[in-house]
Design a protein around this ligand. Structure first.
Ligand SMILES: *[C@@H]1O[C@H](CO)[C@@H](O)[C@H](O)[C@H]1NC(C)=O
Ligand SMILES: *[C@@H]1O[C@H](CO)[C@@H](O)[C@H](O)[C@H]1NC(C)=O
Length: 253
């Protein structure tokens, strides 16, 4: 066999087979889970990690996180006489790489994993396409177009929970829960509407949204949180289920 083909096959096997061989320290600083300075170490590791993860880590299949692209999101909102259905597509969330990590708190033992990270982000932009349908009593509105939202001064804590589990490749932490509830300094949104029948209402809707953003943010937070929980678990497990617990959080001491 041609030496080039042979090498290619060997490389292909090596790069798809043994996750244990991924040299994670190439991408992420790792921290001794039993060290007295583990929280300081993690604060720094996650700060550097955000920059490394911004463009994703192709080798282990971690998607780019800044901008993070979500294919779609469906929301159905009901409140007294109001019924709204929203499908958002091609959503981009941009700004995470400008986050500052302030503190980390790790509780990692043999049967439980819990990590809290305090972060702030100066500005986040969320944009995409939407298709919306709203009903207020007998009034029905349909709209579609683009949306853009800018949030500033976000203050939040990521809480990750997981359980170590063993499989044939070693012991891994499976992240089972991801939680955050950002405090937001300001929020400004803009919708365009390509539906001529409801276009007149769009500016009214935009004004209402921007004047009442705190109320709307609070109302929509549970939907956003359910979405973040799903994304957080999925992205975290792209790392946690591929790098063994002892590689990611060695216990040297
Ligand atoms: C163990 O590693 C192999 C090779 O990378 C992979 O195909 C398999 O899915 C892994 N097993 C589990 C349970 O993740
Ligand atoms: C959000 O910020 C971007 C970049 O500064 C800007 O282009 C966009 O128009 C802003 N959107 C809103 C709704 O203010």
């Amino acid at each position: 066999m041609n030496i080039f083909i042979k090498n290619t096959i060997v490389l292909a096997i090596l790069s798809t087979c043994c996750y244990g061989l991924v040299d994670i320290e190439k991408y992420l600083k790792v921290c001794d889970r039993n060290s007295a300075e583990v929280n300081d170490c993690l604060t720094e590791a996650v700060q550097e990690g955000l920059a490394a993860l911004a463009d994703g880590i192709e080798e282990i299949g971690v998607p780019p996180i800044d901008p993070y692209r979500q294919k779609d999101l469906r929301i159905e909102y009901k409140n007294n006489q109001i019924l709204a259905k929203l499908v958002a597509k091609d959503i981009y969330v941009e700004g995470l790489k400008t986050a500052t990590v302030h503190d980390a708190r790790l509780r990692a033992d043999d049967d439980r994993f819990h990590l809290e990270l305090d972060l702030t982000t100066p500005r986040v932009n969320i944009r995409g396409q939407y298709l919306g349908e709203g009903r207020y009593n007998s009034l029905q509105i349909k709209a579609h177009g683009h949306f853009s939202t800018n949030m500033t001064n976000l203050v939040y804590t990521w809480k990750l929970d997981g359980v170590p589990e063993k499989n044939e490749n070693g012991t891994f932490v499976r992240i089972t829960d991801f939680y955050m509830r950002p405090d937001v300094g300001s929020m400004k949104s803009h919708l365009t509407n390509d539906n001529p029948d409801s276009r007149d209402l769009t500016e009214l809707g935009n004004r209402f949204t921007n004047q009442n953003w705190r109320l709307l943010y609070r109302e929509l937070l549970p939907y956003a949180q359910a979405n973040w929980n799903k994304i957080g678990i999925s992205v975290a497990n792209k790392i946690f289920l591929k790098i063994t617990y002892d590689q990611l959080f060695p216990s040297k001491s």
